[in-house]
Design a protein around this ligand. Structure first.
Ligand SMILES: *[C@@H]1O[C@H](CO)[C@@H](O)[C@H](O)[C@H]1NC(C)=O
Length: 301
């Protein structure tokens, strides 16, 4: 195709775009997940909830992932103390054919105290853990400090899981604070692993970093973050403080309970969290823990 021909095609495309009714474009941008698509998230929802289960020394969880929900899970390593360091675990789901990396979340009151701690602004990511990162990329320093505490242990466990089970996929899950930590893992682990593909499935994700960070995660295109109804945690910290969400939001509707995929970052349509909730005053903290298609984010006995 000649350059002149190519540019006329582009002009035509732009022209037809401009002629479409704006309301039609807006409607087309939102897709409601089918029942089967929603159901496919359920194993990951249970894995995100399993981060709340205290790992025993034997790696045999007393509940959560050892319950009927995910019988094809094989634990590889775990750590944390549920206090200074959030619990974390790494294992392999042989049915889903993926490594699972999970971090413990926290209740909405605790995560609010992290946000309001005046010592916690934004910082650049640790250059040893995140080599070659542009200094324009900044994240919440509380999340960065917490992820740095377990990063190398998680990486070693993921390498071991890949070597033992021969899987080629790594899936990171988490809820709330655990979602923020897994989001940082989703940027960290690909820097140190080759020959595998990555996916990240998070629930009730707060805003973790600045626009440059949100753009970096959006460009990878491997993230889904599910928000429940009027949960206000995903609206925090505010845009006004320089925090932005990456793309990949799925918002569970307050009325119909439909799962709607929201295009772009921080979509302000009422079908999406930012449009629906806006800020903390428009939210309901009871929605933070779920249910996400029936799964509550706590350890399931
Ligand atoms: C960065 O991470 C490395 C490896 O965990 C650690 O040794 C180092 O102290 C960290 N640097 C800063 C400035 O926190």
């Amino acid at each position: 195709m000649t350059l002149a021909r190519l540019s006329s095609v582009v002009v035509l495309a732009l022209a037809s775009f401009a002629n479409a009714a704006p309301s039609l474009l807006a409607r087309q941008a939102f897709t409601t997940l089918s029942t089967a698509e929603v159901a496919a998230y359920k194993p990951y929802s249970y894995y995100a909830a399993a981060g709340y289960c205290a790992p025993a020394a034997t790696l045999a969880w007393t509940c959560g992932i050892n319950c009927a929900a995910n019988p094809t899970f094989h634990p590889v390593a775990s750590g944390g103390d549920g206090n200074a360091v959030q619990y974390w675990y790494v294992g392999v789901d042989t049915a889903l054919d993926t490594v699972i990396v999970g971090h413990q979340g926290t209740d909405s009151k605790q995560i609010l105290s992290i946000f309001t701690d005046i010592n916690f602004g934004q910082k650049t990511l640790n250059r040893t853990l995140f080599p070659g990162f542009d200094s324009s990329i900044k994240v919440h320093s509380g999340f960065a400090n917490e992820q740095a505490m377990t990063a190398t242990l998680v990486l070693a466990a993921v390498k071991s899981a890949i070597a033992t089970y021969g899987v080629k996929k790594v899936t990171m899950v988490g809820h709330s604070l655990g979602a923020a930590l897994s989001l940082l893992d989703s940027v960290y682990l690909p820097l140190h692993l080759t020959g595998v593909t990555f996916r990240t499935v998070l629930y009730g994700l707060p805003r973790v970093g600045n626009q440059a960070f949100a753009d970096l995660v959006s460009a990878a295109g491997t993230l889904t973050h599910v928000n429940n109804k009027k949960d206000p945690i995903p609206t925090l910290p505010g845009l006004i403080l320089g925090f932005h969400h990456p793309t990949g939001e799925v918002h569970i509707q307050d009325d119909t309970e439909a799962w709607v995929a929201c295009p772009g970052q921080d979509n302000n349509n009422a079908l999406c969290t930012f449009g629906k909730v806006g800020n903390i005053l428009g939210g309901d903290f009871n929605d933070h823990n779920g249910p996400y298609d029936g799964v509550m984010m706590n350890c399931h006995d």
